[in-house]
Design a protein around this ligand. Structure first.
Ligand code: NA7
Length: 541
């Protein structure tokens, strides 16, 4: 109509991780013409790229899978309470085959630009394969932690042996057994890598800038009878997770640490410390993540554990965070991590004492003039958080406005799903949406967007944009919710900080930190009221 050029597709999906795969499934089920573009050679996103040694879930396997299909739930068996990467990647591949989405995914194709064409109300997408595709709607499924970052040390390229970031671990693996290995970084990824690599490396040097508070994972096998029981209980299990703050099985206690007698508190913390998963983080007293005194008590408890587990008291002190309290950054879950430092073949290098000067052809030179020689260097140095994957694409909305510039002073969104000035673009796991148990959050966001897209089709809507007042009010809500949370006073990916990226030194509010149920309630309200927060323009007959 009106001399418009009809776009090639109704929807282009960027990325074929969990978000992209499920977005594709819903779009196909709605009968939309859809194309998914993926940089990798396979599906899985995070679970495709992160094949480093020891990579596995920190959330219970059976709460991590999607629940939209009971058939999928019933036919899939998890082998461990916290499944390894390989199994999760297999799960996502299984899903892709079951729902026949593969023919709609173009692999080895990285989206380079996405510009909104105002004349046609369509997105024009170009790729590194030199293709141009157009679609009415753009759904970004680029992942909150996918743009990996390397340190900016001089000489990084000069190292002669194999070196890689954990998020680009080669499929063929890296031979580190018996070798001299360096691991830089001690976040959730570094901790998993260190535990595994230390088992067979000839010598391992861990380069630690800031330690994190870790707690035991307590992984174990799932026997067939147990898996059967889990399957029978799926409806209640997911109901329980949907009702919890962050979508996990763990729920915070209604009690406050400060109002509990010391002896009882100690017993409770010991039970949590001895139990599998995130309980000690998500299922703790209600005041430990918001009250400094309560948090201090819990931190002291964990510090005692570290001192008990690490033989060398000097090393133990280096492993105890002094700049932030327990749970205010992402808690890495570990399996004998602290005991790694009792091994003869492992050394902890404290970068606050001896920063890295440069990487040399032979190894790493620290500020004390010591050059350590390595055969392999592993960078577990994290990601340009949440906005990073968007920044890598040249995304332009109305009047050529660049998304990167629009978010210069921090992201501004409506419901974490849409951005003013960027019509017909929806984000899955973008800034300001609820994260927590990610697949659960993904499932909700994808279904919300799916419903929106069906509404648009059924009502001939060809233009959808967040209203200015919606964005102001939602961004305000998100910033308000962040106040009072101890985690928002600490540098981490959760506050949008990454020392390796220009312009990411300042803390911002990158994520919605209210509860998942209240997030969903707010989004439901928008949909049920017929999208009053969005400007919808229908096609003229
Ligand atoms: P994180 O949690 O961002 O951890 C990155 C680690 O790398 C952290 O210890 C950093 O130290 C360290 N780092 C980063 N840059 C440098 C440089 N230049 N020099 C030395 N050390 C550095 O990323 P992860 O991959 O571990 O985890 C990401 C998420 O994936 C995690 O939350 C889970 O949800 C799964 P710093 O603390 O900044 O001093």
């Amino acid at each position: 109509a009106n001399g418009h050029t009809a776009p090639d597709y109704d929807v282009i999906i960027v990325g074929a991780g969990l978000s992209g795969c499920y977005s594709l499934i819903t779009a196909l089920q709605s009968g939309l013409r859809v194309k998914c573009l993926e940089a990798g050679t396979g599906v899985g996103g995070t679970w495709y790229w992160n094949r480093y040694p020891g990579c596995r879930f920190d959330s219970e396997s059976y709460t991590y899978g999607f629940s939209f299909s009971s058939e999928l739930l019933q036919e899939w068996n998890w082998s461990e309470h916290f499944a390894p990467q390989r199994e999760t990647e297999r799960y996502i591949n299984h899903m892709a085959d079951k729902f026949r989405i593969r023919p709609h995914i173009q692999f080895e194709t990285r989206v380079e630009t996405a510009h909104f064409d105002q004349g046609n109300n369509a997105w024009v997408v170009t790729t590194d394969t030199k293709e141009t595709l157009t679609a009415r709607f753009l759904v970004t499924c680029v992942g909150p932690l996918s743009a990996f970052t390397l340190p900016r040390y001089p000489g990084l390229e000069e190292f002669r042996g194999p070196s890689c970031h954990t998020a680009r671990w080669p499929k063929a693996g890296v031979d580190y057994a018996g070798k001299r290995v360096a691991v830089v970084g001690t976040g959730a990824t570094g901790v998993q890598t260190i535990q595994e690599v230390s088992k067979t490396a000839g010598h391992l040097s861990v380069f630690q800038r800031r330690p994190n508070w870790c707690a035991p994972l307590h992984n174990s096998k799932i026997e067939p009878e147990e898996m059967q029981r889990i399957k029978q209980g799926y409806p209640e299990l997911f109901e329980h997770c949907r009702g919890s703050f962050a979508g996990f099985i763990h729920r915070a206690s209604p009690k406050a640490a400060l109002e509990t007698p010391a002896e009882e508190r100690e017993k409770f913390w010991q039970t949590l410390y001895d139990s599998p998963g995130f309980g000690i983080w998500m299922g703790n007293y209600k005041d430990v993540l918001v009250d400094r005194a309560a948090n201090g008590l819990l931190s002291d408890f964990i510090a005692r554990k570290i001192r008990e587990r690490v033989e060398d008291p000097v090393v133990a002190e280096k492993l105890i965070p002094k700049d932030h309290g327990f749970g205010t950054r992402r808690v890495p879950l570990e399996t004998k991590y602290y005991e790694v430092y009792n091994r003869d073949n492992v050394e902890l290098v404290d970068l606050t004492e001896t920063p890295i000067d440069r990487v040399t052809p032979r190894g790493i030179l620290t500020a004390d003039g010591k050059e350590r020689e390595f055969d392999v260097i592993i960078y577990a140095t994290g990601f340009d958080p949440v906005m990073g994957a968007f920044d890598r694409i040249d995304i332009r909305g109305l009047d050529g406005l660049r998304l990167k510039e629009a978010w210069n002073n921090g992201p501004r969104t409506y419901l974490g799903l849409t951005v003013r000035g960027f019509p017909n673009m929806f984000m899955v796991m973008g800034p300001h949406c609820a994260l927590g148990n990610i697949p659960l959050s993904i499932q909700y966001s994808v279904e919300w967007i799916g419903k929106m897209l069906r509404y648009a089709r059924d009502n001939n809507v060809e233009y959808v944009e967040a209203k200015g007042e919606s964005v102001d009010s939602w961004t305000g809500t998100v910033e308000q919710l962040a106040k009072g949370l101890l985690s928002n006073d600490v540098d981490s990916w959760m506050t949008g900080v990454n020392s390796n990226v220009e312009g990411r030194q300042k803390r911002i509010v990158a994520r919605y930190s209210g509860s998942c149920p209240s997030y969903r309630a707010r989004c439901e309200e928008e949909a049920q009221a017929g999208y009053p927060g969005l400007t919808l323009v229908s096609q003229q007959a």
